[in-house]
Ligand binder design. Sequence first.
Ligand code: G3P
Length: 220
Amino acid sequence: MLLFLDTANLDEIREIAEWGVLGGITTNPTLVVKEHQDFKRLVKDICKIVSGPVSAEVTATDTEGMLKEGRDIATWADNVIVKCPLTPAGLAATSALSRDGIKVDVTLCFSVNQAILAARAGAYFVSPFVGRLDDINEDGCALVEHIVEVFHIQGYETQVLAASLRGPQHVTRCATAGAHCATMPYKVFKMLVSHPLTDSGLERFLEDWKSAKSGVAAKG
Ligand code: G3P
């Protein structure tokens, strides 16, 4: 499972990119406006830092508008992915863009049938929103499991990009389900690496190392 950052913040992206484990970036209009920068400039800058897929979402709600925006976005960088919402207009735009060889991430997916439609439209990614389903007392990770199973049975090539992940448990469950990618905020990405026993264990190793070294120095 590839690990994506769900952010448009360049500092966050640079920091995690240094770990060498960053699979890609997802953005959405909410994340982009937080950065107070020109959309195109920002996406191009992100695409220079990360070699994996970087999604940029259309904001038109009609098919023609999505196609115009999507075709423009697709020229911004080799690794940019056009994001379209899971609406009838979004599906029509996805079908047309995919036929033109443009990679599309169909976003705001909340059911297996919506995911099937995205796959049939030729989406490169479909993004089920885990946390937002949990918010309404449903099991978002169960949806990811179900979509992965159906796509396997049906032989769909569309990749499942688990989104709206709110904590490390979501990441583990999505990996167990067989999701192809998981996108998460910076805070959650940082939580993946931390463990108090790693910190205390390292502290102990270094203390032992230091006292052995000072013992050797005292003897010599
Ligand atoms: O990738 C989708 C994500 O940006 C939505 O996350 O936490 O706003 O539901 P959230």
